[in-house]
Design a protein around this ligand. Structure first.
Ligand code: ADP
Length: 305
Protein backbone atom coordinates (compact mmCIF):
# COMPACT_ATOMS: atom_id res chain seq x y z
CA UNK A 1 0.00 0.00 0.00
CA UNK A 2 1.39 3.39 -0.97
CA UNK A 3 1.06 6.25 1.48
CA UNK A 4 0.63 8.64 -1.45
CA UNK A 5 -0.02 7.55 -5.00
CA UNK A 6 -0.41 10.27 -7.61
CA UNK A 7 -1.06 9.46 -11.26
CA UNK A 8 -0.76 12.14 -13.92
CA UNK A 9 -1.97 14.90 -11.63
CA UNK A 10 -2.34 18.26 -13.36
CA UNK A 11 -3.76 21.49 -12.06
CA UNK A 12 -4.45 24.54 -14.16
CA UNK A 13 -5.54 27.94 -12.93
CA UNK A 14 -6.62 29.75 -16.09
CA UNK A 15 -3.52 29.91 -18.23
CA UNK A 16 -1.20 28.96 -15.33
CA UNK A 17 -0.23 25.31 -15.12
CA UNK A 18 0.50 24.81 -11.42
CA UNK A 19 1.04 21.04 -11.80
CA UNK A 20 1.86 19.21 -14.98
CA UNK A 21 1.20 15.43 -15.04
CA UNK A 22 2.82 14.64 -11.71
CA UNK A 23 3.38 10.92 -11.10
CA UNK A 24 4.59 10.18 -7.62
CA UNK A 25 4.44 7.22 -5.25
CA UNK A 26 5.51 7.64 -1.63
CA UNK A 27 5.97 4.37 0.23
CA UNK A 28 4.55 3.74 3.66
CA UNK A 29 7.15 4.62 6.31
CA UNK A 30 9.18 6.92 4.08
CA UNK A 31 10.30 10.43 4.89
CA UNK A 32 9.87 12.23 1.60
CA UNK A 33 11.01 15.79 0.89
CA UNK A 34 9.12 17.75 -1.72
CA UNK A 35 11.46 20.41 -2.95
CA UNK A 36 11.11 23.29 -5.32
CA UNK A 37 11.52 27.03 -5.63
CA UNK A 38 8.62 29.27 -4.69
CA UNK A 39 5.82 28.96 -7.20
CA UNK A 40 6.86 25.44 -8.26
CA UNK A 41 3.49 23.93 -7.30
CA UNK A 42 4.26 22.34 -3.91
CA UNK A 43 1.30 23.84 -2.05
CA UNK A 44 -1.01 23.08 -4.94
CA UNK A 45 -0.08 19.40 -4.70
CA UNK A 46 -0.62 19.36 -0.94
CA UNK A 47 -3.92 21.19 -1.34
CA UNK A 48 -5.06 18.48 -3.74
CA UNK A 49 -4.09 15.79 -1.22
CA UNK A 50 -6.26 17.59 1.34
CA UNK A 51 -9.05 18.16 -1.21
CA UNK A 52 -8.76 21.92 -0.77
CA UNK A 53 -8.22 21.95 -4.54
CA UNK A 54 -9.37 19.52 -7.24
CA UNK A 55 -6.97 18.27 -9.91
CA UNK A 56 -7.79 19.34 -13.47
CA UNK A 57 -6.65 15.87 -14.57
CA UNK A 58 -5.33 12.74 -12.95
CA UNK A 59 -5.97 11.29 -9.54
CA UNK A 60 -4.24 10.86 -6.22
CA UNK A 61 -4.85 8.55 -3.28
CA UNK A 62 -3.71 8.32 0.33
CA UNK A 63 -3.41 4.75 1.62
CA UNK A 64 -5.66 3.68 -1.23
CA UNK A 65 -8.39 6.26 -0.64
CA UNK A 66 -8.98 8.74 -3.44
CA UNK A 67 -8.29 12.22 -2.05
CA UNK A 68 -11.29 13.71 -3.86
CA UNK A 69 -13.97 11.00 -3.91
CA UNK A 70 -12.97 9.40 -0.59
CA UNK A 71 -11.54 12.51 1.00
CA UNK A 72 -12.97 11.92 4.46
CA UNK A 73 -11.36 8.46 4.74
CA UNK A 74 -8.11 9.83 3.31
CA UNK A 75 -7.97 12.75 5.73
CA UNK A 76 -8.66 10.59 8.78
CA UNK A 77 -5.16 9.19 8.49
CA UNK A 78 -3.39 12.53 8.08
CA UNK A 79 -1.89 15.08 10.45
CA UNK A 80 -1.42 18.41 8.69
CA UNK A 81 0.71 21.46 9.12
CA UNK A 82 -0.70 23.61 6.32
CA UNK A 83 0.94 26.60 4.72
CA UNK A 84 -0.56 29.80 6.07
CA UNK A 85 -1.99 27.92 9.07
CA UNK A 86 -3.75 30.09 11.60
CA UNK A 87 -4.50 29.82 15.27
CA UNK A 88 -7.63 31.08 16.99
CA UNK A 89 -6.78 34.20 18.98
CA UNK A 90 -9.20 33.75 21.84
CA UNK A 91 -8.25 30.10 22.56
CA UNK A 92 -5.28 29.03 24.65
CA UNK A 93 -2.66 26.59 23.46
CA UNK A 94 -4.20 23.87 25.60
CA UNK A 95 -7.65 24.54 24.10
CA UNK A 96 -6.25 24.20 20.59
CA UNK A 97 -4.83 20.78 21.43
CA UNK A 98 -8.08 19.79 23.17
CA UNK A 99 -9.94 20.73 20.01
CA UNK A 100 -7.64 18.48 17.95
CA UNK A 101 -8.13 15.65 20.47
CA UNK A 102 -11.92 15.93 20.15
CA UNK A 103 -11.93 16.12 16.38
CA UNK A 104 -9.60 13.12 16.05
CA UNK A 105 -11.23 11.08 18.82
CA UNK A 106 -7.85 10.78 20.53
CA UNK A 107 -9.20 11.01 24.06
CA UNK A 108 -6.31 9.25 25.75
CA UNK A 109 -3.96 12.07 24.71
CA UNK A 110 -2.81 14.48 27.40
CA UNK A 111 -2.73 18.01 25.93
CA UNK A 112 0.16 19.03 28.17
CA UNK A 113 2.29 16.15 26.90
CA UNK A 114 1.74 17.34 23.33
CA UNK A 115 2.60 20.94 24.24
CA UNK A 116 5.67 19.69 26.06
CA UNK A 117 6.78 17.80 22.99
CA UNK A 118 6.59 20.85 20.78
CA UNK A 119 8.28 23.00 23.44
CA UNK A 120 5.46 25.35 24.48
CA UNK A 121 4.10 23.71 27.64
CA UNK A 122 4.87 26.87 29.64
CA UNK A 123 2.46 28.80 27.42
CA UNK A 124 -0.35 26.21 27.68
CA UNK A 125 -2.81 28.58 29.32
CA UNK A 126 -1.94 31.71 27.40
CA UNK A 127 -4.17 32.84 24.56
CA UNK A 128 -2.76 32.16 21.11
CA UNK A 129 -3.17 35.87 20.27
CA UNK A 130 -0.03 36.46 22.37
CA UNK A 131 2.03 33.72 20.73
CA UNK A 132 4.99 34.54 18.50
CA UNK A 133 4.99 33.16 14.95
CA UNK A 134 7.33 30.36 16.00
CA UNK A 135 5.11 29.43 18.96
CA UNK A 136 2.01 29.39 16.76
CA UNK A 137 3.85 27.13 14.35
CA UNK A 138 4.78 24.77 17.19
CA UNK A 139 1.18 24.75 18.35
CA UNK A 140 -0.13 23.81 14.91
CA UNK A 141 2.51 21.07 14.67
CA UNK A 142 1.29 19.80 18.06
CA UNK A 143 -2.27 19.68 16.68
CA UNK A 144 -1.01 17.71 13.67
CA UNK A 145 0.65 15.15 15.96
CA UNK A 146 -2.52 14.40 17.94
CA UNK A 147 -3.91 10.93 17.29
CA UNK A 148 -0.68 9.46 15.89
CA UNK A 149 -1.52 10.02 12.22
CA UNK A 150 -0.23 7.51 9.66
CA UNK A 151 0.83 10.34 7.37
CA UNK A 152 2.18 13.73 8.37
CA UNK A 153 1.79 16.35 5.66
CA UNK A 154 3.79 19.46 6.33
CA UNK A 155 3.92 22.46 4.05
CA UNK A 156 7.13 24.42 4.65
CA UNK A 157 7.29 23.30 8.30
CA UNK A 158 10.31 25.30 9.34
CA UNK A 159 9.23 28.73 8.11
CA UNK A 160 8.99 30.94 11.18
CA UNK A 161 11.25 28.76 13.33
CA UNK A 162 14.69 29.82 14.51
CA UNK A 163 17.56 27.34 13.90
CA UNK A 164 16.96 25.78 17.31
CA UNK A 165 13.26 25.36 16.57
CA UNK A 166 14.05 23.89 13.15
CA UNK A 167 16.37 21.32 14.79
CA UNK A 168 13.61 20.40 17.27
CA UNK A 169 11.20 20.04 14.37
CA UNK A 170 13.59 17.62 12.66
CA UNK A 171 13.87 15.61 15.86
CA UNK A 172 10.09 15.32 16.11
CA UNK A 173 9.85 14.26 12.47
CA UNK A 174 12.43 11.53 13.08
CA UNK A 175 10.56 10.30 16.16
CA UNK A 176 7.29 10.24 14.26
CA UNK A 177 8.90 8.29 11.45
CA UNK A 178 10.35 5.80 13.95
CA UNK A 179 6.85 5.29 15.36
CA UNK A 180 5.86 4.26 11.82
CA UNK A 181 4.41 7.43 10.34
CA UNK A 182 5.08 8.40 6.75
CA UNK A 183 6.34 11.97 6.49
CA UNK A 184 5.78 14.14 3.45
CA UNK A 185 7.00 17.68 3.66
CA UNK A 186 7.57 20.48 1.26
CA UNK A 187 10.40 22.90 1.63
CA UNK A 188 12.55 25.33 -0.24
CA UNK A 189 15.11 25.09 2.56
CA UNK A 190 17.45 22.40 1.45
CA UNK A 191 19.28 21.67 4.67
CA UNK A 192 15.98 20.68 6.27
CA UNK A 193 15.33 18.13 3.60
CA UNK A 194 18.84 16.77 3.38
CA UNK A 195 18.94 16.17 7.13
CA UNK A 196 15.86 13.96 7.38
CA UNK A 197 14.65 12.63 4.06
CA UNK A 198 14.97 9.15 2.58
CA UNK A 199 14.02 10.44 -0.85
CA UNK A 200 13.32 13.78 -2.43
CA UNK A 201 11.28 14.96 -5.36
CA UNK A 202 12.27 18.16 -7.11
CA UNK A 203 9.40 20.12 -8.56
CA UNK A 204 9.93 22.91 -11.02
CA UNK A 205 7.25 24.86 -12.86
CA UNK A 206 4.75 22.17 -11.92
CA UNK A 207 6.84 19.32 -13.27
CA UNK A 208 8.52 16.70 -11.16
CA UNK A 209 12.01 16.87 -12.66
CA UNK A 210 13.69 14.34 -10.36
CA UNK A 211 12.70 11.79 -7.73
CA UNK A 212 15.47 9.89 -6.02
CA UNK A 213 17.48 9.35 -2.88
CA UNK A 214 20.02 12.06 -2.19
CA UNK A 215 22.69 9.48 -2.95
CA UNK A 216 20.98 8.61 -6.23
CA UNK A 217 20.77 12.25 -7.23
CA UNK A 218 24.46 12.57 -6.49
CA UNK A 219 25.28 9.61 -8.68
CA UNK A 220 23.10 10.84 -11.52
CA UNK A 221 25.20 13.98 -11.49
CA UNK A 222 28.15 11.91 -12.65
CA UNK A 223 29.72 11.32 -9.28
CA UNK A 224 28.55 14.59 -7.90
CA UNK A 225 31.85 16.00 -6.83
CA UNK A 226 32.20 19.58 -5.84
CA UNK A 227 35.52 21.21 -6.42
CA UNK A 228 36.20 24.27 -4.31
CA UNK A 229 38.95 26.32 -5.90
CA UNK A 230 40.64 29.37 -4.44
CA UNK A 231 42.12 31.65 -7.06
CA UNK A 232 44.53 34.53 -6.79
CA UNK A 233 41.83 36.57 -8.45
CA UNK A 234 38.59 35.77 -10.23
CA UNK A 235 38.59 36.48 -13.92
CA UNK A 236 34.95 36.39 -15.05
CA UNK A 237 36.08 36.09 -18.68
CA UNK A 238 37.68 32.71 -18.06
CA UNK A 239 34.91 31.17 -15.98
CA UNK A 240 32.68 30.55 -19.00
CA UNK A 241 35.47 28.40 -20.47
CA UNK A 242 35.30 26.16 -17.44
CA UNK A 243 31.54 25.91 -17.80
CA UNK A 244 32.03 24.62 -21.33
CA UNK A 245 34.33 21.76 -20.28
CA UNK A 246 32.98 18.24 -20.52
CA UNK A 247 31.75 16.92 -17.18
CA UNK A 248 31.25 20.36 -15.64
CA UNK A 249 27.73 20.89 -14.34
CA UNK A 250 27.77 24.22 -12.55
CA UNK A 251 30.26 26.95 -11.74
CA UNK A 252 29.36 29.29 -8.92
CA UNK A 253 31.56 32.21 -8.03
CA UNK A 254 31.55 32.89 -4.30
CA UNK A 255 32.93 36.39 -4.74
CA UNK A 256 35.87 35.93 -2.36
CA UNK A 257 38.36 34.46 -4.84
CA UNK A 258 36.60 31.13 -4.46
CA UNK A 259 34.67 29.26 -7.11
CA UNK A 260 32.67 26.11 -6.56
CA UNK A 261 32.42 23.74 -9.48
CA UNK A 262 30.19 20.66 -9.53
CA UNK A 263 31.62 18.17 -11.95
CA UNK A 264 32.46 14.55 -12.65
CA UNK A 265 35.63 13.11 -11.18
CA UNK A 266 37.24 13.04 -14.60
CA UNK A 267 36.73 16.75 -15.18
CA UNK A 268 38.69 17.87 -12.14
CA UNK A 269 42.13 17.90 -13.71
CA UNK A 270 40.81 19.51 -16.90
CA UNK A 271 39.47 22.38 -14.84
CA UNK A 272 42.75 23.01 -13.09
CA UNK A 273 44.61 22.77 -16.40
CA UNK A 274 42.18 25.15 -18.10
CA UNK A 275 42.64 27.73 -15.37
CA UNK A 276 46.41 27.34 -15.56
CA UNK A 277 46.42 27.72 -19.33
CA UNK A 278 44.50 30.96 -18.98
CA UNK A 279 47.13 32.29 -16.63
CA UNK A 280 44.94 32.12 -13.56
CA UNK A 281 46.76 31.13 -10.38
CA UNK A 282 45.11 28.43 -8.35
CA UNK A 283 46.00 29.11 -4.74
CA UNK A 284 44.26 26.06 -3.35
CA UNK A 285 41.65 23.47 -4.22
CA UNK A 286 39.75 20.75 -2.41
CA UNK A 287 36.90 18.43 -3.25
CA UNK A 288 33.64 17.92 -1.41
CA UNK A 289 30.60 15.74 -1.96
CA UNK A 290 27.89 17.66 -3.77
CA UNK A 291 25.24 18.82 -1.34
CA UNK A 292 21.55 18.71 -2.04
CA UNK A 293 21.78 22.43 -2.67
CA UNK A 294 24.26 21.87 -5.49
CA UNK A 295 21.93 19.31 -7.00
CA UNK A 296 18.99 21.61 -6.63
CA UNK A 297 20.84 24.34 -8.54
CA UNK A 298 21.74 21.75 -11.12
CA UNK A 299 18.12 20.72 -11.64
CA UNK A 300 16.35 24.02 -11.34
CA UNK A 301 18.99 26.59 -12.15
CA UNK A 302 18.23 28.44 -8.94
CA UNK A 303 19.41 28.43 -5.36
CA UNK A 304 15.87 27.98 -4.17
CA UNK A 305 16.05 30.84 -1.73
P1 ADP B 1 4.73 26.64 -4.17
O1 ADP B 1 3.94 26.06 -3.04
O2 ADP B 1 5.73 25.67 -4.74
O3 ADP B 1 5.35 27.95 -3.84
P2 ADP B 1 2.14 27.03 -5.44
O4 ADP B 1 1.54 25.68 -5.49
O5 ADP B 1 1.68 27.95 -4.35
O6 ADP B 1 3.73 26.91 -5.41
O7 ADP B 1 1.88 27.77 -6.81
C1 ADP B 1 2.11 27.16 -8.09
C2 ADP B 1 1.59 28.09 -9.19
O8 ADP B 1 0.18 28.09 -9.18
C3 ADP B 1 2.02 29.54 -9.03
O9 ADP B 1 2.23 30.07 -10.32
C4 ADP B 1 0.80 30.18 -8.38
O10 ADP B 1 0.74 31.53 -8.70
C5 ADP B 1 -0.34 29.39 -9.00
N1 ADP B 1 -1.50 29.30 -8.09
C6 ADP B 1 -1.54 28.61 -6.91
N2 ADP B 1 -2.78 28.70 -6.36
C7 ADP B 1 -3.52 29.45 -7.19
C8 ADP B 1 -4.90 29.91 -7.20
N3 ADP B 1 -5.72 29.58 -6.21
N4 ADP B 1 -5.31 30.65 -8.24
C9 ADP B 1 -4.49 30.95 -9.25
N5 ADP B 1 -3.20 30.56 -9.33
C10 ADP B 1 -2.71 29.82 -8.32
Amino acid sequence: MKAIDAAEVSKRYGSTTALDRVDLAVEEGETFGFLGPNGAGKSTFINILLDFAKPSDGRVGIFGNDCQTEGVAARERIGVLPEGYSTIDRLTGRQHIEYAIRSKNAHDTNPLDVLDRVGIRDAADRKASGYSKGMAQRLVLGMALVGEPDLLLLDEPSTGLDPNGAAEMRKILREENERGATIFFSSHILEQVEAVCDRVGILQNGELVAVDTIEGLRNSMGGGTKLVITLAEIDEDTLPDIRALEGVETVVSQGDSTIEVTCTNDAKMDIIVELHQNGIDVVNFRTEEASLEDMFIEYTGSGGR
